[in-house]
Design a protein around this ligand. Sequence first.
Ligand SMILES: [Zn+2]
Length: 254
Amino acid sequence: MARSYKARATVLRKMRLGEKDLIVSLIAEDGSLLRAVAKGARKPGGSLAARLELFSTVDALLAEGRNLDVVAEARLAASRRDFDLEQAACAAAVAEMACLVAQEGLAHPRLFDMTNAALDRIADAQPADALAIACAYLLKALASEGVRPELSRCMACGEPIDATEGASRVFVSFESGGGYCERCQRPSDCMPVDAATVGWVNALLRLRFHDIPPLAVPLRASSAILQFARQWTRFHLGRDLKSLNFLLSGGLFE
Ligand SMILES: [Zn+2]
């Protein structure tokens, strides 16, 4: 008989498998990625489908399978079903990043709590604040992977980088993982980034999710941070965050 095990996990992605089944990607409590088949989950009125809601946390019973494990039972532990369109788009970016950094069979401390905290705060937030929380999650997830951008001091001379409102640009090198002052930057591998964007990146990396809404991060700043996080992810993790296409397509938050 197949061995079974229990797991508390949050649903990050659902993919169709044939007529009736789903492949579900979840992040487990230890931060590892679980991929499992939910048999019959696409049948109308199926109770398993209702419990495996996107972004919700479930207590699941899984049976080990030859290729993928199988979800035998699932009970909702925390439902996150009441997202509006903007919140859902922000939650999708969080879920995509979580899928990217979590790995099967590999514990990733804090990632489960961090992901749930971001989703909970997005559920409570106004659209512009939800977007800023998604930005913060992307940056924090990258930092948890060891690719936190060093943007407070020049990577070469160590001088503090001026990212205050009056400053103009910071020269960021994706390759060396941080910023340079005007004097030390080399045009061959540095990209100028608006100083205000760098200031927001530093602030979001430092703050807890529930401290973000009072900042009232402007939409323009959030868009710039999304672009920055996308490029940083592409360079350091070699993957594109596809959910950002929708977030950056314009119109959604205006
Ligand atoms: Zn310098």
